[in-house]
Design a binder for this molecule. Sequence first.
Ligand code: G6P
Length: 476
Amino acid sequence: MAVTHAARILVASNRGPVSYALDETGTLTARRGGGGLVSGLSAIGPDADAVWVCAALNDGDREAVRRTGGALDPADTGGQRVRMLDIDAQVHTDAYNGIANSVLWFVHHMLYQTPLEPVFGTEFRRQWAAYEAYNHAFAEALAQEAAQGAAVLVQDYHLALTPRMLRALRPDLRIGHFSHTPWAPPDYFRLLPDDIAAQVLGGILGADRAAFLTQRWADAFTECCHAVLGPGIPSGTRIGVHGLGADADFLRKRAHQPDVDERMGALREQVGTTPDGRPRKTIVRVDRTELSKNIVRGLLAYEELLESRPEWRERVVHVAFAYPSRQDLAVYREYTAEVQRVAQEINSRYMTPSWTPVVLHVKDDFARSLAAYRLADVALVNPIRDGMNLVAKEVPVVSDEGCALVLSREAGAYEELAGDAVAVNPYDIVGTARALHEALSMPAGERAARTEALAARATALPPGRWFLDQLAALEV
Ligand code: G6P
């Protein structure tokens, strides 16, 4: 196996830290992303011999790979060495849209409407072969890039098979796998055909260490191994938990830049004041428009609040940011349309000449999200299931005057934040409306004290330490 760069630390994920847009004139524009992995990896310092292996996700990315041979220009990546793989577009679509996002994501978030789905027929098997090929492309690239004994951190459900494949190519490597999603309980996981379920688990067990965001997901993984593969973790893979926290340093700085202040002004104006001249209260949510985020039930709970507690009419605004996600999938497009429809319905039902009950924004704008975090009186985080949910951890960190958190007990963050959040069952509309009322009515002093406690717990494991801890655990 040809070793090309001999990196000591490798990260592998479907989505890389940068993406490219190609315009009609052939100009490529790089856009850098954020997130735990980006700030985590930066903690190892600029001199660490690290490479990030990711997939080309669109035509711009493919053109960037064509022009660079796959080793991206460090000027585009903030100095990070990135190898982008141009995997055949159809193979990538089948693996990413077909298997990762339509099967594995659905299983782990328990999103199927089971009388009709899933249907694991020949089309699924065809897509599964693409998923194997896609995982293998990553294993080969990692095997080429890694120095003897290097540490490789493989990310998420897109790459469940890569650890075992990489182990076969390079037994000398120390391999970790990290799941950013929940893990399904065995009864649900076993919707997958037996051989596929065994491959998913066996793929991850090819790693020295399989890590999760919470103990709950780690336990579910172990239970699935017992149910599908028999008792005991056969390969001796170690199980770890690293509860990724919010990046307080970055957030606090970023949230006080002029573009955020400017957006706060605009939001304040949109939210407006009550008839007696006081600023209205805000219930804020910020999500990808993602089936698991439960945005529609959030809107219905807000409607129930306005219905059952008419005293809140004119006095509160639901500021909902629902940013486009996975729009290649019809079910996501339909969900996006449903979110817009329900928001509009609430507005047409309750709107007055001076009050718009729901302000919905669907265009991604990070500065505006931070402005909403700072302003929020209540943050609504009510996912059906969520690996962690960083919004729940970020809001308390940047909130200006304290913010009450309404939090689904099915979010990974709930394990750490339960004590000072108002807990909800995400399916219970009346219960969520009650929780919103409780949160809106929370006295300012209590709200501030709880926000402080939440912020302390939310930042207990910043991305840098989260990343370094995983590397250190692989040394053992
Ligand atoms: C989740 C997954 C990530 C993924 C992100 C955005 O957080 O755990 O792996 O990158 O969603 O989804 P996308 O399909 O746009 O990459």
